[in-house]
Design a protein around this ligand. Sequence first.
Ligand SMILES: [Zn+2]
Length: 475
Amino acid sequence: MSWWGWASIGVVAVLLGGVPLRGQPVQAVQEAIVADAQADTSGHQFLTRLCDDFGGRLTGSPANRGALERVLAELKALGVEARLEKFRMPGWVRERDEVMLIAPLRRPLRVAALSYTQPQAKFEAEVVDIGQGRDEDFAKLNATGKVGLLAPNTTVPRGQYENAAVKHGMRGILFINRVAGGQLLARTGSFTGEPLRIPVFSLTQEEGNWMLRLLKRGEIVRVSMEAGSHCEEIETANIVATFPGRTADRIVVGAHFDSWDLGQGAMDNGVGIAQLYLLARLLHAHAPQNLRTVELVWFNGEEQGLWGSRFHAAALRGQPVAAVINLDMVGFPLSVNALGYDDLVPVLERFNASLGAHPLKQGVGNINWFGSDHTSFQLEGIRAVTYGGFIEPDAVRYYHDFGDTIDKVDPRLIPESAALIAALTYRLANEPGLATTRLPPAEVEALFRKFDLENRLKGVGLWPFADSPASPPKP
Ligand SMILES: [Zn+2]
């Protein structure tokens, strides 16, 4: 039967109300979901309103709370059962922060404090080049009482810049951006949520290089620095929507809901919010009940330290979870990644084969990576999957900055990507024989070591295992 033939069966099934119909092939429903998604512009419209009505969704901010309520209301309007999953985390509030160049000339610098920077009374200090911020870089200079210019290509793990600088008696850090064009890079200064002991600012590449050139020719460079931003414990929430299956086994599909505050968080990760919204619509219409329970989760607090996914992963202890699909800035789908879980590779290969004439161009990958919410579940022994996708470099370059706005999002992106995300979700929700047993800690440890992620996890305080490969992991 043709594509359109199967698609029309899907439509009939929707009209009959109880989908999937007994005996209706999974393939037919999947193809109907794909066709429906590709024609559905509601996800893009939903994201446009969310971005323009609230702006960036920094966790704990009024914008974040307003946007959470909006998403919850829109899910309820679809008839989807959704709830807030409240949790507490170390929050951070951006206030007026200021860095001025005062010698050899006066000029306000374009900066953004990294999160968990604390209030700091105004002080003046000399600026020195601390290179990559490694011990050998500090050995070459007297850094005490000064402000350090940190190179964009630093190999010091995230969360460790400040430690190194404090150890050498510095008063502040200006972290030069790796992207040119006057851009800043908002990001967390402390994965553990510990308030920073000295202020750390993102600085534009152009102003950073300007100061480096002055230092190179022996000029004294001085700045004044002050910070009003502050840390406070907050209560926030994830949104959880559940589609009960015929078994308690689960497929979790998650995307982080929060963003940085400078822009609108459209690409990072409004796109994921909208993909999950469209997925909820599609599951509600085509597949209200599957073999497995499908749980959609909009995670809060990702940018500041994966707080929402860590909370949700802990709440799932003791539950049978077959896989987590994490969506963080997924563009036009090119590949699906088994993240090192070899037993998922054949499952994903079968999924790719089910796409028929339009398989994923890059097929199935199998490489673990760190930097988003899937890690929280992996550390609990749960298998996870991510999608690889294409986004125009000119659309993605603005992430974490003022330019991450809805006008960068191609209106075809949400329908095209949600179609394949929904197809994979539906396939995994109905694929027989997926294991839900948790990986034992020794195997989890081996998975992160195999992909050389140990130091990155240690740098952000997420490494729960002992240091030596020979010793058993901590309980
Ligand atoms: Zn993100």
